[in-house]
Design a protein around this ligand. Structure first.
Ligand code: TYD
Length: 205
């Protein structure tokens, strides 16, 4: 099973990823987690350029392709081998993040990003993407010192949230919106319901 978690910055994605991984392990599954951009040596170097190197000017297309380069390496080095050996993979962000952050959030055509993503991932897409959803002002309140992307501000975050909602509407089977308000345990329970529904549908196949 290949799952990914996504959403605007500050929704609690990393905490929920850990909780979901433990829950799946309790079920007896072997779980591999990864984050984007990063997880491989190349990916971490690209992450540094994208998020911490404020001095390098970067246009929208270059930004999108750098995320794709990190993702291509991640698929080849980590995700595909893990799935082939029967493990469950949970990705902290995946292609949908590029469609939303570089497409809906900036000026690139979302469909063109899906197309580039097909090449970058060798058409490997998650069985299910869970998008944690919170109003941008609530999510921003949870953030610490901003990185280059987070520093883009409120209007950008608003476009991102709308982008995630629009993509989920277009692919309701593959992208589920999960309400990220309330306690950690409440959000974890909502996520678990979606994962159980996916497991049930796979067993029924
Ligand atoms: P994030 O998961 O928020 O990392 P952390 O929690 O460690 O800060 O991801 C880093 C940033 O990169 C985040 O602001 C979203 C952005 N991003 C994109 O703009 N496009 C992408 O394709 C991906 C994967 C991330």
């Amino acid at each position: 099973m290949f799952l990914s978690l996504d959403g605007i910055d500050g929704v609690g994605k990393s905490t929920q990823l850990k909780l979901l991984a433990s829950q799946l392990e309790r079920q007896g599954q072997q779980v591999v987690t990864c984050r984007e951009p990063g997880s491989t040596q190349l990916g971490e170097a690209i992450r540094n350029i994208l998020l911490n190197d404020w001095d390098t000017p970067m246009g929208g297309v270059s930004e999108m392709l750098l995320y794709m380069a990190s993702r291509g390496q991640l698929v080849e080095e980590i995700i595909r081998p893990a799935l082939q050996s029967g493990k469950t993979v949970i990705a902290d962000r995946y292609l949908l993040a590029s469609v939303v952050y570089q497409g809906h959030g900036r000026s690139l055509e979302p469909q063109a990003i899906w197309d580039v993503g097909r090449v970058a991932t060798g058409t490997l897409l998650p069985d299910l993407t869970l998008v944690l959803d919170l109003p941008p002002e609530k999510a921003a309140a949870r953030l610490g010192e901003p990185d280059r992307i987070e520093a883009r501000g409120e209007a950008y975050r608003d476009k991102l949230r709308k982008g995630f909602l629009a993509e989920a509407e277009r692919q309701p089977e593959k992208i589920k919106i999960v309400d990220a308000s309330g306690t950690e345990a409440e959000v974890a329970e909502r996520i678990w319901c979606e994962v159980e529904a996916l497991q049930a549908s796979k067993t029924g196949e």
